[in-house]
Design a protein around this ligand. Structure first.
Ligand code: FPP
Length: 272
């Protein structure tokens, strides 16, 4: 069993699903579910701050969500704009730093301004890093990174052979942050839905039927409990992990390319 103090994920990534069904079950318009979803965001942000989670990434709007009925998209844009404008001061007061990832140029000008203002206001904060993925897609992120590296090759700054996993990873949206340790999807579906495809490679996945507006501190604690009970191996054996990789007999074998195994991505003393 892991030391509970060390079992708090450094980075939690959440797909907030089920707003529409939450509203429909109450005979309310779907938009009421999204509004209630903002309340759940507030509660989970507060809880993550209190638990010293380093990074919380929320999937607010996927590249595919533009396919929703035009009225729902319009209302969501308005909701994001008003929520950001309203919450920015509160986030700042709580020492939360906000960052938005995704293709923001597609958003209405007012929303783009609200994003830029909130990011600017909270830029110097040192508490929870709150990442909102909006008009984001994991494939988009990887394609953007590939395009950026291709530009550097075209300018003669980079040799194609120098492109490896680390370099591609360094061109992605969240390159400066630890990879997610815990992925949560509410609303009963068990899919990644083009969220952080690259960054979720070693992440623990947790799915719950709870609809997003009902997801509060208690539901978060359940997810954290599940995370704390897991053994993360990153390709190693359970014995290697249990001995902390220190035993000569259990030392990692060399990789086929002759390099030694660097510290596995996100390996932590407790739960690796
Ligand atoms: C998915 O539920 C939810 C969304 C597409 C929107 C999520 C947005 C919020 C919770 C607001 C967050 C705001 C900020 C500022 C971060 P769904 O509509 O797909 O639900 P359903 O599957 O029940 O239809």
């Amino acid at each position: 069993m892991n030391d509970p103090a060390q079992s708090i994920p450094r980075h939690i990534a959440i797909i907030m699903d089920g707003n529409g069904r939450w509203a429909e079950r109450r005979s309310l318009p779907r938009f009421a579910g999204h509004r209630a979803g903002v309340e759940a965001v507030r509660e989970v942000v507060r809880a993550c701050s209190a638990l010293n989670v380093g990074v919380l990434t929320l999937f607010a709007f996927s590249s595919e969500n533009w396919r929703r009925p035009r009225i729902e998209v319009t209302l969501l844009m308005r909701l994001f704009t008003s929520a950001l404008a309203r919450e920015a001061r509160r986030l700042h007061g709580a020492n939360v730093r906000l960052r938005v990832i995704g293709g923001r140029a597609a958003f209405p000008a007012r929303l783009q301004r609200a994003i830029a203002d909130a990011e600017e206001l909270t830029r110097g904060n040192t508490g929870l890093e709150l990442v909102v993925a909006a008009n984001y897609g994991g494939r988009w992120d990887i394609a953007e990174a590939a395009r950026e590296l291709a530009r550097r090759v075209a300018r003669g700054e980079l040799a194609p052979d120098a492109i490896d996993e680390a370099l591609l990873g360094s061109a992605l949206s969240l390159a400066d942050l630890p990879e997610p340790d815990l992925f949560i999807r509410t609303g009963g579906e068990q899919r990644i839905s083009n969220f952080l495809l690259w960054q979720l490679a070693y992440c623990e996945l947790y799915f719950t039927d709870t609809l997003w507006p009902d997801f509060g501190v208690a539901a978060l604690q359940q997810a954290l409990g599940s995370f704390a009970r897991r053994q993360r191996r990153f390709g190693r054996t359970g014995d290697q992990v249990n001995t902390g990789g220190s035993s000569m007999l259990l030392e990692s074998a060399p990789r086929p390319d002759g390099t030694t195994d660097p510290d596995s991505p996100g390996v932590r003393a407790n739960s690796a």
